[in-house]
Design a protein around this ligand. Structure first.
Ligand SMILES: NC(=O)c1ccc[n+]([C@@H]2O[C@H](COP(=O)([O-])OP(=O)(O)OC[C@H]3O[C@@H](n4cnc5c(N)ncnc54)[C@H](O)[C@@H]3O)[C@@H](O)[C@H]2O)c1
Length: 412
C-alpha cells in the first residue's frame, strides 16, 4: 500500500509495548513504518503490573514468560493484537482473547530447520557411538575401534509425524543417501523417494533410526511404549525431539538394556526443570550411547532472528491492512488493499444475521461498500470492509451500533 492512501489512520496514537527483551529489529520495523510510540522493556511483567500497563496499549509483544490472563485481557480495552515472539501460545488465554476480539500471532515454524539439522547430527553421532568415545577421551581413555560404528548411507530413517519438521528431516536424510519411511495419521505427499509406512509397527520393524515429530495429543501420549518397542528392529536408534510425553522412558531403558534399541537422543522429557541450573532427572541418565539435551532442538540464533522477523511482519501487516493470516483467535483473512477507499475492521460475536445488519445499516445511510470479506470461527466473525472515503467516519460510527459488535477499527 502506498503512503498516500494512508489518510485517516493516526499512527501516532497507536501504543506498542514490547516485553521480555524482544529484539530491537522488531521495534525498528514499527518505527520505520511510522509507529513512534514503541516501548521496549527487558523483563516480563506479572499479572498485576501488566493490568496497570495494558490500559492504553494497542499492540503487545511478549515471549513465553508473560502470562496474558483473562483478567489482563479484561483490562486491555484498547488491545488489538498480541505477538508471541516464540513458538507456542500457551501463555495467552486464547478463549478470552477470542471473546475480546484480540488477534494472537506467533512464529510456529521458525525453528523447523534447527530441529531437523540436530536430528541428522544426532543420528550420525549415535550410529557411530560418538558420545561414548567422546566421554572416554575426556576421561583419558583411548577407544579406537570400528566395531559397532556405521554410516548413515543406505540405512532407513523412520519418521513418525511427517509435518514441517518431519518432512525437512526427510529431505536432509535422503541427501545423505538414506532411505526414508514415514508414518502420519494424515495422508501426506512423500517428498523425494520417501515411502509411507502403512502402520507404526511396520515403521518400527523396518527403520534403523526412528525419529519422532508428532504433536502432544491424547493419541500421541506414550505412543512409543513397551508394546511398540517390541516391534523395534534390533540395533535401532530412537530420537525424540518432539514432546516428552510421547515416549515411555522406563520402557525405552528396558529395551536398551535388552539390546534392542542401542542408541537414543532425547531433547524433551515428561518433566522438565523450569530454569537453568535446576536439578534434572531422567531414567536414561548413565546409559551408554544416549545423548541427552535440555530442550534445545529449536534453539539457535537463526531461529531467534527468524521468530523476530516473522512475528513483527505479521503484526505490521495486521496494523497496516487488517491481515490476520496466522492468527489463533480472530479468523484468518487477507483482503488486498483497494485504491481510493477507507478500510474498517469489524469483529463481532458469531450469531446469525450480523453481516446482513452491517449491510443494511450502511446501505440505509448510502455508504457504498467497495469490497467486503467475512470469515467466522466458532465464536466470532471478522469483517474487513472497504468503503467510500467521504463516508468512512460515518460508517465506523454506524458499525459500532450494530448488535453483537465486539470491536470496530478504522484502519485507513
Ligand atoms: N525440541 C524442540 O525444541 C522442538 C522445537 C520445535 C518443535 N518441536 C516439536 O516437534 C513436534 C513437531 O513439530 P512440527 O512443527 O513438525 O509439527 P507439525 O504440526 O507440522 O507436524 C506434526 C505432524 O504429526 C502428525 N501426527 C499427529 N498425530 C500423529 C500420530 N498420532 N501419529 C503420527 N503422526 C501424527 C500430524 O498429522 C502432522 O503431520 C511438535 O511436537 C513440536 O512441539 C520441538
Amino acid at each position: 500500500m502506498s503512503e498516500k492512501k494512508l489518510t485517516s489512520y493516526p499512527k501516532e496514537k497507536i501504543n506498542i509495548l514490547l516485553l521480555e527483551n524482544i529484539s530491537e529489529t522488531a521495534a525498528k520495523i514499527f518505527h520505520d513504518g511510522g509507529y513512534a510510540n514503541v516501548v521496549r522493556l527487558s523483563g516480563a511483567l506479572g499479572e498485576e503490573e501488566l493490568i496497570k500497563q495494558i490500559k492504553d496499549v494497542h499492540l503487545l509483544g511478549i515471549r513465553s514468560k508473560t502470562k496474558v490472563t483473562k483478567a489482563v485481557l479484561e483490562a486491555a480495552t484498547k488491545l488489538q493484537a498480541i505477538g508471541c515472539f516464540c513458538i507456542g501460545v500457551n501463555q495467552v488465554d486464547l478463549k478470552s482473547a477470542t471473546h475480546h476480539g484480540v488477534t494472537v500471532f506467533n512464529a510456529p515454524y521458525s525453528n523447523t530447520r534447527s530441529v531437523a539439522e540436530l536430528v541428522i547430527a544426532s543420528s550420525i553421532f549415535l550410529i557411530r557411538r560418538i558420545s561414548d568415545k567422546n566421554k572416554a577421551a575426556h576421561e583419558g581413555i583411548w577407544l579406537k575401534e570400528s566395531k559397532g560404528s556405521y554410516e548413515l548411507r543406505g540405512k532407513t530413517m523412520g519418521i513418525i509425524g511427517y509435518g514441517n519438521i518431519g518432512s525437512q528431516v526427510s529431505v536432509l536424510a535422503e541427501a545423505l543417501g538414506m532411505k526414508v519411511l514415514f508414518y502420519d495419521v494424515i495422508t501426506k505427499l512423500p517428498l523425494g523417494n520417501a515411502h509411507r509406512a502403512h502402520s507404526l509397527q511396520e515403521l518400527m520393524q523396518r527403520s534403523d533410526i526412528v525419529t519422532l515429530h508428532v504433536p502432544e495429543t491424547k493419541q500421541t501420549k506414550e505412543l512409543i511404549n513397551e508394546s511398540m518397542l517390541a516391534h523395534a528392529k534390533k540395533g535401532s536408534i530412537l530420537i525424540n525431539y518432539a514432546r516428552g510425553e510421547v515416549v515411555d522412558l522406563p520402557a525405552l531403558r528396558k529395551s536398551m538394556e535388552a539390546g534392542i534399541v542401542t542408541g537414543a537422543a532425547l531433547d524433551v522429557y515428561p518433566w522438565e526443570p523450569e530454569k537453568n541450573g535446576d536439578r534434572f532427572e531422567t531414567p536414561l541418565q548413565g546409559m551408554p550411547n544416549v545423548i541427552l539435551t535440555p530442550h534445545i532442538g529449536g534453539s539457535t540464533e537463526e531461529a531467534q532472528a527468524s521468530i523476530g522477523e516473522d512475528v513483527s511482519d505479521k503484526l505490521f501487516h495486521f496494523l497496516e491492512n487488517g491481515v490476520t493470516i496466522g492468527s489463533h483467535t480472530v479468523p484468518e483473512l487477507n483482503l488486498p488493499p483497494q485504491e481510493g477507499t477507507h478500510r474498517i475492521l469489524h469483529i463481532h460475536n458469531n450469531v446469525p444475521g450480523v453481516l446482513s445488519a452491517i449491510n443494511s445499516t450502511l446501505s440505509s445511510h448510502h455508504v457504498n461498500i467497495l469490497a467486503q470479506y467475512l470469515k467466522t470461527n466458532e465464536d466470532i466473525g471478522y469483517v474487513v470492509l472497504d468503503v467510500d472515503q467521504e463516508l468512512s467516519a460515518k460508517a465506523a460510527e454506524l458499525l459500532r451500533e450494530v448488535k453483537e459488535t465486539i470491536k470496530v477499527r478504522m484502519l485507513y
